[in-house]
Design a protein around this ligand. Structure first.
Ligand SMILES: [Zn+2]
Length: 287
């Protein structure tokens, strides 16, 4: 449905003029970071519409190309994603085969009059082999083709992929506030980053943390990090975070939190994971 793309595009309206400018000379590879997973995919589709709409470079949302891109039914719009296991869950990696099987397609001109757009969905799931196969593809000229990588943030991808890409950063999603229980944990973390004290007694308390709470605390910290980036004065923790971390430190914290989320999903002990978050993200002393 084009409606979803339109809604995301209106929330991400700050980047829309940049898409229009990029369309004049489309980069071979566009990396879309920031926002939510859904935002990134919607904006990848939006980009495909920009390059293929039959009514100019502001997607009309009503021509056949726009509608087909929104419905995954467009011949020149390809998605590379993780395959499903027999149980219906997604595999851990994007396989090298999913890149290789498209090589003959990329060698052909697009079906329509526009540009073929291939999206690598959440490219942080590329493994060594598939990332290298993709890199090789990007090293060769592919007339009529452009590529899009989506990822939560560029640091999750191989540096060589990032350096070949034009990076577009979407606005972070704004969510509701944390529950008091989660907020209490987040404040504990912030206090540790400020003073270097008071954290480990929390996580070592027996039965203090299970996996579910650990995930909530990580999500709560991500939420405050986003607040710190958008409007530091909106909450006490956001204000404290923006005082403790410089922009680079905030990006590192985001990366640490994403890794923590993954570890919790793989059932690593939640107390260990949160202890690691606290020490790995520790801000460098400011002069
Ligand atoms: Zn259109």
């Amino acid at each position: 449905m084009f409606t979803g793309i339109k809604e995301t595009a209106s929330r991400q309206n700050l980047v829309l003029p940049r898409f229009a400018r990029l369309a004049e000379q489309p980069p071979q590879c566009l990396l879309i970071e920031g926002g939510s997973t859904q935002d990134r995919l919607d904006m990848a589709r939006y980009w495909a519409c920009v390059l293929n709409c039959e009514n100019g470079d502001v997607p009309c949302g009503s021509c056949q190309s726009c509608l087909q891109i929104a419905d995954n039914a467009f011949n020149d719009f390809l998605l590379i994603d993780r395959e499903e296991n027999d149980s219906g869950t997604l595999k851990q990696d994007i396989s090298v085969e999913s890149i290789r099987e498209l090589l003959p397609v990329w060698g052909q001109p697009p079906h329509g009059r526009g540009t073929r757009v291939t999206v690598v969905v959440e490219a942080q799931h590329l493994n060594g082999n598939s990332a290298n196969a993709l890199l090789k593809t990007l090293e060769e000229p592919r007339p009529g083709n452009v590529f899009v990588l989506t990822a939560p943030q560029r640091e999750r991808l191989l540096e060589t992929l990032v350096s070949r890409s034009w990076v577009m950063t979407l606005a972070w999603p704004t969510d509701a506030r944390n529950t008091p229980e989660v907020e209490e944990w987040v404040r504990g973390m912030v206090e540790f980053w400020r003073s270097g004290q008071g954290w480990f007694s929390r996580t070592s308390a027996k039965g203090a943390l299970d996996r579910e709470l650990g995930l909530k605390v990580v999500a709560g910290c991500q939420r405050e990090l986003k607040n710190a980036l958008i409007d530091p004065r909106s909450t006490r923790s956001a204000d404290a975070l923006s005082g403790l971390f410089d922009p680079k430190g905030l990006r590192r914290l985001d990366l640490v939190l994403s890794k923590a989320q993954e570890s919790l999903n793989y059932n690593v002990n939640p107390a260990l994971v949160l202890d690691w978050v606290c020490t790995a993200a520790m801000p460098k002393k400011r002069r």
